[in-house]
Design a protein around this ligand. Sequence first.
Ligand SMILES: [Zn+2]
Length: 491
Amino acid sequence: MAFTSITDQITLLHSQIAATESQLLNLRAQLSAAESRVETARHLEQAYQGGFPAEWIGETLSRWPLSGEEYKRYGRQMIMKEVGLHGQLRLKQAKVLVVGCGGLGCPAAAYLAGAGVGTIGLVDGDTVEASNLHRQIAHSTSRVGLSKVESAYEYLRELNPLPNYERHPFHLSPTTAPDVFSAYDLVLDCTDHPTSRYLISDTCVLAGKPLVSASALKTEGQLIVLNNPPKPPGDPTGGPCYRCVFPKPPPADSVLSCGEGGILGPVVGVMGVLQALEAIKLLTSPSKPSVNGNGISPFEQQESPRASMLLFSAFSSPQFRTIRMRARHASCAACSSMATITSQHLTDGALDYAAFCGLTHPINLLSPQARITAADFARLPRDGSNILIDVRDETQYAMCALRGSINVPWSGSGQKWIETALQKGALPMDVAGRELFVVCRYGNDSQLAVKAIQDVMEGGAGPSGTSVNVRDIRGGFRAWRAEVDGEWPEY
Ligand SMILES: [Zn+2]
């Protein structure tokens, strides 16, 4: 072996030893840093009031059950004793279903999302319209035409990206409701019609979910927490359901939707905000944690609260009143031991909620001879040979009306309305050779008024002209706008 090759080998070994020693140093430094971190962690663990159950920590591999962002975001509510860390964790574990993304659902969902409810489900089959925007605060001008569920989702995700949002962009039906409800702990009824109220309540009773129900119309609202605690049907210690409070639906022709009856934005907003408040109260109580193998069950240790109904009236004083509710009704069709409504009924479609509520929209009370289209009415001469009675209320009549028409608002009772119409001269005693026409906003009330006139004429108690020719304008001013005048205001 040549002398030079041995010296080369020695040089190589020296440099290899130097490199390995440096590597070793590096490893020692890393080890020491890791040991020091562990030591600090042990030290801190003793310093903190930890003791959080392992389920709460979950897979975060953190000492803390919430992330840094969550502490920051929810800190203002967590520092209140009514919520606290335990309450916040309950909210995070909770799954809440909001049925209806309108005037109630928008503010309710916004506050639930803001508060950090872990899963929020949104149900609605409608699309956003410009007439919704004065009260449905999650929607916006640029989202007119979009599905309400998608629009609300956009808004809520922007407000708080942390919760899971489940989208159900369809109208609830007896066949779909049980499946949708089964994935949630609590349901908010934010709809605006008795048919959906009975369906939602029945499903909640059968699925064992508490229900926060609210409604609002014109200047008034009401709020009630139902089926709380959510005991099985037949258990009298469970909270009353919607049928216990309202065993029979209101008469169909007395039910107004917001489109027909009108609604003041802040009124429905107040009710939606109160729904969110009741939901947060339900989800964060009891104050003591109750953790079992399945995680946190929000309702398991709940004391039985007495149900009460909160009534809000914007133009009354005081604006709020509370009515204590009775316990479950002993013969309730949904929640008593005599219940006739079963899961089987619901899912096989045997329950017709529209029929139960007497709903036959659009109503069709009259023979074809007693009706005229808006387009045909527009072609009639304006020579005094016909009389037009407008049965919308005074406020709508003042917004827009046809020249020469007589305003006799539909009162809900045929007899009373006829008396007013006679007083106003809308039903003249001398009607020979003249024709009467009745119009309203959508063409429902006008049919009721025509029917009332027909009834008094048959009874012989009406105007003396006997064979009065009276017809309703089919579809009311909505049809007028579509068939005759596109500039008629759409409101
Ligand atoms: Zn009941």
